[in-house]
Design a protein around this ligand. Sequence first.
Ligand SMILES: Cc1cc2nc3c(=O)[nH]c(=O)nc-3n(C[C@H](O)[C@H](O)[C@H](O)COP(=O)(O)OP(=O)(O)OC[C@H]3O[C@@H](n4cnc5c(N)ncnc54)[C@H](O)[C@@H]3O)c2cc1C
Length: 442
Amino acid sequence: MSERLVVIGSGPGGYTSAVLGGKKGFDVTLIEKDVIGGVCTNTGCIPSKALLSAAELVDSIKGARRKGINATLEDINFTRLMKNKNRAVKISRKGVEKELHESGVKIINGEAKLTKNKEIEINGETIEAEHIIIATGSEPVILPFLKVDEKNILTNKGALALDEIPDSMLVIGGGYIGVEMAFFYSSMGTEVTVVELLESLLPGMDSSLGKEAEGMLKRKGVNVITGAEVSSVKGNQPFKAVVNDKEMEFEKILCSVGRKPTPPETDLDMIAENGSIITDDHMRTPMEDIYAVGDVTGKGMLAHTAYWQAKIALDDICGIEAQGFSQYFIPAGVFTHPEIASVGLSEEDAKAVYENVRTSEYPVSALGRGYASGERTGLAKLVCAGDEVAGVHLVCPGAVDIIMEATVGLQKGLTVGELADIIHPHPTYSEAIIKAAKKLDN
Ligand SMILES: Cc1cc2nc3c(=O)[nH]c(=O)nc-3n(C[C@H](O)[C@H](O)[C@H](O)COP(=O)(O)OP(=O)(O)OC[C@H]3O[C@@H](n4cnc5c(N)ncnc54)[C@H](O)[C@@H]3O)c2cc1C
């Protein structure tokens, strides 16, 4: 009889674990308390990217006259636009369900708890398993003075499902979720203000990317306030928010100040102080035969991080020796227009680790593709430790796809000279990377 694997949570970490487990011959049970697909499919990656693709279209129409095309934006049918987004979510969810079904995974709907004896309690029953993978994800951090109702005071969930285009919106937090939502709503015509506590948007990424994001948003008319704090929100439509002691009024408030891991209820000793589940680089928790993957580990908090961690966990369960998890190789993207992408170390982080940090930048506006397309925003920035490429940061159309070449380069340990020697098609935005590399290659 096959060994039993129970997976808790059906987001990217959970469904990947379950599908891989099924393919490897385990008797797999997946427990999900909500709908299949987790945050990514239902309230994260897919709906946000569906909305941003509509924003791109709106911006293209608005900018068409600059290129001699007399197109005018007549109207936005927001109900239809949201229906389209819902369609994308449904297709994505169905895809996940099909994969689970084809891999022979049994699904139980309910909230799982983990007992002291490493048993799983679900809907009043107890399940035993040889192996357990926890993939219970994360939830938004909510500022204490906000009462989220997902209609007016929003997290990502409500912001991705409004019925009408709001007149004004305060986005608290300028991380990638806040920047993407600010971008979308300003394309829809909402007057958006973004307030970020730190000095630069997109904290955690190279500060050059934060500056580019700020420039992009400001050119769209977004009011970006960095190094500032929202200390209270009172009233109701308009909400009165105090930003650095100044009162401002908004129709909607989006709280996007970060996400926190949501482990299942358990007596087992495996939760770190920040609420994440403790794991080593093979996704093993301190409890034998219990693994954790995805946002609940607090590492990376991206869908592709969860996919990778699920593969590492399954390999480990099967006794396959595999490369351990490293956050260093995980590319990250922000789906503005142009896109923002990054892999490896920021200049700031590299300088904290290495002494011989060298950087170079190349602007998109100086590329053949840049001036052919009239693209004036964007850059490629390389961060090197001596000759070794330590980080690549990119702002250009398609940046999130192009960053893959840098990810391969980093994984393979390429030097800046080796990167500069790779033939790139002309005219493309990817040439910005080799142009920046050539500036550093002596
Ligand atoms: C607005 C937004 C945009 C995003 N865009 C991107 C993007 O473009 N690219 C990207 O890579 N990442 C993106 N992310 C991040 C991505 O969505 C997450 O990193 C990813 O969903 C994490 O997957 P996961 O499997 O760890 O957890 P989740 O997707 O959070 O899934 C966890 C699942 O576990 C279930 N669960 C929790 N507790 C229990 C329990 N006790 N019992 C049973 N079930 C339980 C939950 O209901 C949920 O379905 C975005 C996130 C947001 C919010």
